[in-house]
Design a binder for this molecule. Structure first.
Ligand SMILES: *Cc1c(COP(=O)(O)O)cnc(C)c1O
Length: 487
């Protein structure tokens, strides 16, 4: 047996509730009726027959959902090395804080005077995030990273409109997350791709060639999606500012740089953070999230409304901001996510946040060094929070990244991110995060080395994998073209 946590065995089958139900079963007992039966006419047609729900006992229901939950994989089940996602362990104290009755039941329609606690939490969270990034002002409004990007692009558009400048292009590196060009295009800008250099980072000379007075600026990610720090960041931002442009920083990879990088000093004008990645909200499966934007003073008037304003001894929400890009959604988005981030930051403290980032970087470099003999390293230099390999060494055995990723499932690991970023053919992107200890990392490394050995010696086994999972290898094209939605 392999050293990983993977096991076959008790994977229980479970039919749909409709297939499981038996007429007459019930999950509750009503007390005996002690009032006379209604003698009036009941309009049957008006009532209808009700939905056709299956009849189930309490145990039927409990087992059904408990079994389904065992088919799911999450960070509480095991290591989840999905690059570009920061799938780290989220301490349960932060869940508990978000579930505190006064917080969980607070209502967004209550008057400001009755929501002082909630407003204070949000105001202080903004202050923490400003301190962590080095920026001047923060809006917690965006509900996801991509919405933060869109807010940023709307801010850019408003800024140039106010200055009376017509600019319609935006520079975006070829390593960017797909949401970057999408957000820019949504706001009417034409994305212009910037090729990253042979060392995986941006070359200021190329940025200088592309930057002109019709370009609003650049959208860059630091550390970038190859897990590499953009070392020429200050030179690049100076070039963009020199042509009157602005710099958007995609801060989704903040887990690598908390307390380590001052983004304002790097020349960033606006950036978003993914609270659901770095600041302790469980994610994956589509949300909820929060993507606050942090800006320099000059861009503060454009931030979305409502803004939280601190008066002499109370807080209030301000919507009367003439230059604002307006509302992004109703109320304050996913408030519970903001509470988790607040609780996470307070429980960690400044020193430990910095340490978390340092450990995230250390862990990624440990994995990188430990696997470099068996996997091809896309860029052979120290990384930040994630490292990118490829299947180049396995190609001679006709084994692909997909085969290795599927085989990891047999050994109890969620596969890393694969085939992203696009600039690395056959990419395998591993982000271990700071929350895995050395024993767990060593176990993962041993398993991956064994998968690489199998690739050399027993390729057929890899091509057949996964063999011990609930379902075998799926035909992903067929699944997309003819989805079967009935189970
Ligand atoms: C995750 C991610 C995003 C998008 O964030 P969402 O909250 O999923 O919208 C943007 N950029 C980078 C680099 C990311 O990793």
């Amino acid at each position: 047996m392999m050293p990983g946590p993977g096991r076959s065995g008790l994977i229980l089958e479970e039919p749909l509730l409709w297939e499981k139900g038996k007429e007459g079963r019930t999950a509750f007992s009503m007390p005996e009726q002690d009032v006379p039966e209604c003698s009036g006419e009941v309009d049957r047609e008006l009532l209808g027959n009700g939905p056709d729900f299956p009849d189930l006992s309490e145990m039927d229901i409990v087992r059904h959902y408990t079994r389904l939950s065992t088919w799911n994989f999450g960070i509480d089940t095991g290591m989840y090395p999905l690059g570009s996602c920061t799938m780290k362990y989220n301490p349960k104290i932060n869940e508990k804080m978000a579930a505190t009755p006064g917080i969980a039941a607070s209502h967004p329609l209550l008057a400001d005077e009755l929501s002082q606690g909630a407003l204070q939490v949000m105001f202080e969270l903004q202050t923490f995030l400003a301190t962590l990034t080095g920026m001047d002002a923060v809006s917690l409004q965006p509900a996801a990273g991509a919405q933060g990007e869109m807010a940023g692009m709307l801010v850019f558009a408003s800024y140039f409109r106010k200055k009376g400048e017509k600019r319609n292009k935006i520079l975006i590196p070829d390593t960017a997350h797909g949401t970057n060009p999408a957000s820019a295009a949504l706001c009417g800008f034409k994305p212009v791709q910037v090729k990253s250099g042979a060392d995986g980072i941006l070359d200021p000379k190329i940025v200088a060639e592309l930057m002109d007075e019709e370009t609003v600026g650049i959208m860059l990610t630091n550390p970038n999606t190859l897990g590499l720090f953009e070392e020429s960041i200050r030179e690049i931002t100076a070039i963009v500012h020199g042509k009157g442009g602005l710099v958007y920083g995609d801060g989704a990879n903040m887990n690598a740089v908390m307390g380590l990088v001052d983004f304002k000093r790097c020349g960033i004008d606006i950036m978003h953070l993914n609270l659901h990645k770095t600041f302790s909200t469980p994610h994956g499966g589509g949300g909820p999230g929060a993507g606050p934007v942090c800006v320099v003073e000059e861009l503060e008037p454009f931030l979305p409304v409502p803004r939280i304003v601190k008066g002499r001894d109370s807080y209030h929400l301000e919507v009367d901001c003439p230059d604002s890009i307006g509302r992004l959604h109703a109320f304050f988005g996913n408030f519970g996510v903001l509470v988790r981030a607040y609780s996470y930051i307070l429980s960690m403290g400044a020193e430990n946040l910095k340490k978390a980032s340092q450990l995230a970087v250390l862990n990624a470099n440990y994995v990188r060094e430990s696997l470099r003999d068996v996997l091809h390293l896309a860029y052979d230099k120290p990384c930040m929070h994630e490292c990118v390999f490829s299947d180049k060494k396995q190609q001679e055995h006709k084994i692909s990244t997909l085969d290795m990723a599927k085989r990891l499932i047999d050994h109890g690991y969620h596969p890393p991110t694969i085939y992203f970023p696009l600039v690395v053919p056959g990419a395998i992107m591993i982000e271990p995060t700071e929350t895995e200890n050395k024993d767990d990392l060593d176990q993962f490394i041993t398993v991956f080395k064994d998968v690489a050995r199998e690739a050399r010696e027993d390729g057929e086994r890899l091509r057949q994998s996964p063999m011990h999972s609930k379902v075998r290898r799926l035909d992903e094209t067929l699944a997309a073209r003819s989805p079967c939605l009935t189970g």
